[in-house]
Design a protein around this ligand. Structure first.
Ligand code: LMR
Length: 394
């Protein structure tokens, strides 16, 4: 039977990771996959994570199964981190998932179960795995404009025009903060307008929040998600701990489903647990338990927040350095948007050919849509990148 298989289309982010590994040049610079790196190029285990893991090694007495939804304490801690108490707990169903991707997959399967004809609206561009999973599940999908290639900001008029025809029961997928791949984000005022439109049409918002704490801070990055959560009867929220806790390989995420009332939340909870059971039975626990330990221990939490904040400020500084260097070299403000963008990424807004040229001639790796990982830079590589951008004529 295997001969019937077709090779799946390569994921462009993962293909780039492999190309980088295969490149023998020691001057190569990886600005591809969204993984935080410190100034030495290392992706550190955060201090609070190490301490929590040590605590688990010392104190954990069993590795027996948790529940199908994962540890309830993880759900409580994450709901509080993301929603800050804005929605009554008994309206929220939640399951632990293998990473943010697991949460997105479960959210889409949940939608498919509840409303198989629903159309999912995604931003153009978005994280490539969004359309990939939607298509894989055979669901209907439309794109809405999001990025303005000229200003490198949000094309808000285009977004609102494209979302105008959404129908009752459609699902609008929005990035809670730090839009991937562009780094361009809606203002809270614009969020208000999107919320009004989606509400007016009777559509359901789905939030993907994978970078809370990487943009403007833990609370500010959750502000839009909280606005959405308090504005609708039904909301789906996929949250990832991969980046803000640096637990990428532990696969730690959560799907929250806010329902109209406690009865419907209970129904949602049963369906989410069922979906976990069908797909992988019990969700991974180690990363979730580490996160819970940190969030519930004031000292560990303070240390985690401090390290996360330092990470965030470091990325902002790199953004500013790159924008300044490009201003100096080009004698223009063309690249000022890099300092305005938030999160791990910025989209340069250039052609795949120029991106290819950066890779071939300068050993600089970024995703073909010209997304660059700011956290892949350091004080030494910022001027190298700036010179290369000018050299290839971006
Ligand atoms: C990214 O966008 O680079 C990350 O979310 C990693 C991934 O899985 O694609």
């Amino acid at each position: 039977m295997f001969e019937n298989l077709q090779a799946p289309a390569a994921d462009k982010i993962l293909a780039l990771m492999q190309m980088f590994r295969d490149d023998p040049r020691d001057t190569k610079i990886d600005l591809g996959v969204g993984v935080y790196k410190d100034a030495t190029g290392n992706t550190p285990v955060m201090r609070a994570v190490k301490a929590a893991e040590q605590q688990l090694v010392d104190e954990q007495m069993t590795k027996a199964y948790t529940g199908l939804a994962g540890d309830p304490a993880f759900a409580d801690a994450m709901i509080d981190l993301v929603l800050g108490g804005i929605v009554a707990r008994d309206r929220i169903a939640a399951v632990a998932t293998p990473g943010g991707t697991g949460a997105i997959r479960q959210a889409l399967e949940f939608i498919n179960r509840a409303s198989p004809d629903a159309t999912v609206w995604i931003s153009n561009p978005t994280w490539p795995n969004h359309p990939s999973i939607i298509k894989y599940l055979g669901m209907k999908m439309f794109e809405y404009r999001y990025f303005d290639e000229d200003t490198r900001g949000v094309d808000f008029d285009g977004m609102m025009a494209d979302l105008a025809p959404i129908a009752t029961g459609d699902v609008v997928l929005l990035h809670g903060c730090c839009h991937n791949p562009t780094g361009a984000n809606l203002t809270l005022d614009q969020w208000g307008k999107v919320i009004a439109l989606v509400k007016d049409r009777g559509a359901v918002p789905m939030i993907d929040i994978a970078y809370q704490g990487f943009g403007d801070g833990l609370a500010d990055d959750a502000a839009a998600t909280r606005m959405v959560a308090e504005s609708f009867d039904e909301v789906l929220i996929a949250a990832s701990c991969s980046k803000n806790f640096g637990v990428y390989r532990e696969r730690t995420g959560i799907l929250m489903a806010i329902g109209r009332n406690p009865q419907e939340a209970k129904l949602a909870q049963g369906n989410l647990a069922f979906l976990n059971r069908q797909n992988y039975s019990f969700p991974p626990d180690h990363g979730a338990r580490v996160v819970t330990t940190i969030l519930n221990d004031p000292k560990l939490r303070a240390d985690w927040e401090a390290e996360l904040e330092a990470t965030r400020l470091g990325m902002l500084e790199l953004r500013q350095q790159l924008a300044d260097e490009l201003k100096r070299l080009t004698n223009s403000d063309r690249f000022a948007f890099i300092a305005q963008h938030r999160g791990m990424f910025s989209r340069l807004g250039t052609t795949p050919e120029k991106v290819e040229q950066l890779r071939v001639e300068h050993g600089i790796y970024m995703v073909s849509d010209s997304r660059l990982n700011i956290a892949g830079l350091n004080a030494q590589t910022v001027p190298i990148l700036a010179r290369a951008i000018v050299a290839v004529g971006i």
